[in-house]
Design a protein around this ligand. Structure first.
Ligand code: COA
Length: 202
């Protein structure tokens, strides 16, 4: 975390998802590979209405944000050029209110294709882990990756999520069943790995 406050990490800023972002949400979910890698829903052509529903669903998260590159600091007077440039989206959903006392969270992330492989996914996940443990008071944050998405499996292991095993034949995709690899990180594991001490009230 930088000194810039909670809505920044080293290279990225995080802002609320607005109705104006629906075209970006639509472009993300219209990429068949990204869609199938991030959701177990039937692959279908996506409508504008689906982008609205996606945004409304994201509003129910503990936190959801457009992952953005900061606007250029100098040059164009053009308003469009000065807007933060969305590279993807990230969300952390909490549990149903009757399960909230367990303090679990569940991460989802999607980085737009042209921005993949540049470390933005790693940076955004570390940011949301910080937010979840340090601000939302979570005890456990989990995520799953489909067997046909080995890049995500590798990424989550590299960040330090602990493999919890597989849900066998959990997802039907492209003519066969695939497993889902489950991962989690507990608050004390995050503090040990990322060196964040608990603030003392004394
Ligand atoms: C998975 C995802 C979030 C990773 O974000 P990213 O910004 O590309 O990741 P980073 O640049 O921080 O890290 C790259 C690492 O991620 C993994 N990775 C996963 N998918 C990748 C992709 N399409 N391109 C490059 N790296 C990918 C690799 O392990 C890579 O490690 P390497 O450099 O040692 O090969 C992103 O590729 C994405 O949004 N994919 C589509 C949707 C998706 O799969 N969401 C996750 C659902 S569980």
């Amino acid at each position: 975390m930088t000194g810039l406050g909670p809505w920044h990490s080293e290279r990225l800023i995080y802002r609320a998802i607005e109705p104006e972002d629906e075209p970006v949400l639509l472009s993300i979910s219209s990429d068949p590979e990204a869609f199938s890698n991030s959701a177990p829903f039937l692959p279908q052509p996506r409508s504008k209405r689906s982008a609205t529903q996606h945004r409304e669903w994201l509003e129910g998260a503990l936190i959801s944000a457009m992952i953005c590159l900061p606007p250029p600091t100098s040059g164009s007077q053009d308003d469009t050029a000065m807007r933060p440039n969305p590279v993807g989206l990230i969300h952390l959903h909490g549990s149903d209110p009757r399960l909230a006392h367990h303090r679990h969270g569940d991460i989802g992330i999607n980085v737009r294709k042209t921005y993949q492989g540049q470390g933005y996914g790693t940076e955004a996940i570390k940011w949301v882990l910080h937010w979840g443990f340090q601000y939302a008071g979570l005890h456990r944050i989990e995520l799953g990756a489909f067997e046909y998405n080995p890049g995500a499996v590798k990424l989550y292991e590299r960040i330090g999520f602990v493999p919890e095993g597989k849900r066998r034949d959990w997802v039907w995709f492209n003519g066969r069943y695939w497993d889902v690899h489950m991962f989690s990180m507990l608050e004390h594991e995050w503090r040990e790995r990322f060196g964040e001490k608990q603030n003392s009230s004394n």
